[in-house]
Design a protein around this ligand. Sequence first.
Ligand code: ATP
Length: 261
Amino acid sequence: MSIPDNHPRAESLRVREKIIEGMHEKIVAEAGLIAHGRGEAYDYLLGEKTPSYAQKQQEVAVAMLLDAKKPVISVNGNIAALCPEEIVQLAETTGAALEINLFYRSEERVEAITKVLEEAGAKTILGDDPEHYETIEEISHLRRIVDVRGIYSADVVLVPLEDGDRTMALRRAGKKVITIDLNPLSRTSLWSNISIVNNVIRAVPEMIEVASKLKSKNSNELKELINDFDNYISLQKTLSFMSSRLRELAEGKLEDPTNNL
Ligand code: ATP
């Protein structure tokens, strides 16, 4: 479907199209569409822009990836459909491995996502070779299957658009977890070490830029950034941003588009 540039919600519609196409190409699971809709609703609350609190979350997340011994970025269908080039570039800039890990796992989807990532420039992709599969016992569904060279032995895992069960299981398995999730109240956000409450469409490219800047910092400087961060306080700041934005709108800032009729 071609979306006219002058449509007031052109950008959001284009992103939605990517998810729908991804579903037809068997990259995105049906439930991925519902998750996307949930994300869109929260993005309205942010005004569809990166707030300053999210810049901080992104900075500390990149510091944690750069300072990790074995960082891994977990890729699911929505990420592969929305920002394949950017996620490959983020992995390259931070030295993280890329691993396909799916809630609705099928070999067909693993293959489709592998192809997308390869086309986006990924040289090594984990999670697509049964010879290296291991299971994380704490997880009850198919996501328990991980790559022994990747998530299984990682110290830091970035899990954008994650479900709560797996985040909790990864924490229990001793991993540091970073997430990108527009819902600050999801179990994923609450259970992660660093929750970036922003749209992946904006967060991932911004994190690539941050990574190029932070790369020159030494481990002590990176650790200082990480140690100064508290996820609980950061989520409180996020909620306070959302609620004050709503309050301002409620108390007069909401424009009435019908005034010009
Ligand atoms: P939980 O199990 O963590 O309590 P959940 O059941 O909503 O939450 P999922 O179904 O995996 O977990 O949902 C994925 C999350 O991703 C949702 O919270 C949704 O708001 C978020 N999300 C969807 N699209 C985007 C996006 N483009 N950028 C950032 N977050 C997104």
